[in-house]
Design a protein around this ligand. Structure first.
Ligand SMILES: NC(=O)c1ccc[n+]([C@@H]2O[C@H](COP(=O)([O-])OP(=O)(O)OC[C@H]3O[C@@H](n4cnc5c(N)ncnc54)[C@H](O)[C@@H]3O)[C@@H](O)[C@H]2O)c1
Length: 422
């Protein structure tokens, strides 16, 4: 099939860059998005997410006439392909919230034509693509694999490198039939230069979830090593560096916790349809979720050591984003840390150069503070002159949740996750 006109459903961190790439590769793309303010911004050539090169590439796509966004489902009728990129978060109780996906699938079902290819890029629990194909069959009475094609095409891009990784990452296309996966390869070859692997939709769903679960469990292991290192008086970062000289060992990095849209929820999506599991994945989630509280313990033991009553302490938190040099605060452990201490101290001030915060700048955050806690590894925090900012503080306590400070600055009581030798 030759793909000429496609629709991308959901123009967020994944959908917008994907729509831009297809449009700049010569396809006619309509982006369907339920948030009207996002649609307006995109059509005016302004991206609502921050990502290197995005505004230049978006403007090129809009000016060429190949991309436009709409909140009107009537404008996505009869397309050759539909690419669904909506969010798949957890509900408050921890179960997957597939309502965005189901709404998107319903919209696609009412819009598609015979022979359309439906792609789910969203990360979903195992067997969801098959269930969504059956949903479409029920709504419009067409037969999946014969009258329309369906594929799970998980996204592996890393924010900050999205436009490079969209092109060069290898891709998995999991079809509900082999022909569905073939068609997906044909479509994505418009810009994908990486290797392509074709499989079934359920394998593809499991692959994506295993990738993020692997990272989450390994970070939990590193966090457990950090916890033990405190008890043995060992700097875990030195120990990890040495252990990683082993040719078959690659220990991850411990820290204040795991955030972002994906890593904290994907292990739950993997477990969701299972009747039984061994418990390792859940335990890893619990360990990672407990790290903001471990950071709180480090802070409070430092306050006690210097006889500062916590209820009188002014605490400055540097960093709110879940990862360095990003403005993304989704599930950020920095926010969990602020939440964990806010009722137990006199004042919490926050500063993040990418997000904002309650203090306008670093001096405002540290002026008269008793403790500073580094919660995000933004590069600029590595450049801080601690001698200078320390002079602004009332008590000099520095807690490093992200291994930003290599050498504890003089004149500070320093505590860092895994820095048990200090
Ligand atoms: N962000 C990442 O780095 C990343 C990486 C890999 C995979 N993923 C997965 O990709 C999916 C999307 O993630 P994201 O970060 O782009 O989410 P996002 O929240 O940034 O974007 C989703 C967009 O879809 C829109 N939307 C919701 N329901 C809709 C509907 N029924 N019709 C039209 N639009 C609708 C929302 O308004 C939003 O703009 C998730 O499943 C996520 O797990 C994300």
């Amino acid at each position: 099939m030759e793909f000429r006109e496609i629709a991308v459903i959901g123009l967020g961190y994944i959908g917008l860059p994907t729509a831009i790439m297809f449009a700049n590769s010569g396809l006619k793309v309509v982006g369907y998005e339920i948030r009207k303010e996002v649609v307006e911004k995109i059509n005016a050539g302004k991206a609502h997410i921050s990502e290197p090169e995005i505004n230049t590439l978006l403007n090129r796509a809009i000016k060429s006439g190949n991309l436009r966004a709409t909140p009107n489902p009537a404008e996505i009728k009869g397309k050759d392909a539909y690419i669904i990129c909506v969010q798949t978060p957890l509900k408050a109780g921890g179960s997957p919230d597939l309502s965005y996906l189901e709404d998107a699938v319903d919209t696609v079902a009412m819009s598609m034509r015979k022979g359309s290819l439906v792609v789910i890029e969203s990360t979903v629990p195992p067997m969801t693509t098959i269930r969504m194909a059956e949903r479409i069959e029920r709504i419009i009475g067409m037969k999946a694999g014969r009258d329309f094609y369906m594929v799970h095409a998980p996204e592996r891009v890393m924010p900050g490198r999205i436009f490079k990784e969209l092109v060069y990452n290898s891709r998995i296309f999991g079809g509900i039939t082999p022909e569905s996966a073939e068609l997906a390869e044909e479509l994505y070859r418009a810009f994908v230069r990486g290797r392509v692997f074709k499989t079934s939709s359920t394998v593809s769903e499991v692959v994506k979830l295993m990738e993020n679960t692997f990272r989450d469990v390994n970070i939990a292991l590193a966090n457990e090593f950090a916890f033990l290192a405190h008890q043995y008086g060992v700097n875990v970062f030195e120990a990890i560096e040495l252990a990683n000289t082993h040719p078959r060992v690659r220990i991850h990095t411990p820290g204040i916790g795991v955030g972002g849209h994906c890593l904290p929820k994907d292990p739950h999506l993997l477990l969701w349809p299972a009747k039984e599991d061994f418990g390792l994945i859940k335990l890893a989630r619990e360990i990672n979720d407990s790290m903001p509280l471990f950071t709180k313990d480090l802070l409070f033991s430092a306050l006690r050591e210097l006889n500062v009553p916590p209820e009188k302490a002014v605490v400055a938190v540097l960093g709110l984003a879940y990862k360095g040099n990003s403005d993304d605060t989704r599930n950020s452990p920095a926010l969990a840390f602020v939440e964990a201490i806010k009722d137990d101290v006199a004042e919490v001030r926050t500063y993040d150069p990418f997000v904002g915060g309650t203090a306008g700048n670093i001096e405002g955050a540290l002026n008269g503070a008793d403790a500073v806690v580094i919660a995000t590894d933004h590069s600029v925090f590595k450049e801080i002159n601690w001698g200078e900012v320390g002079r602004l503080m009332r008590t000099r306590i520095l807690v490093d949740g992200r291994h930003v400070v290599e050498r504890p600055p003089r004149g500070f009581l320093f505590k860092g996750i895994g820095r048990g030798d200090l």
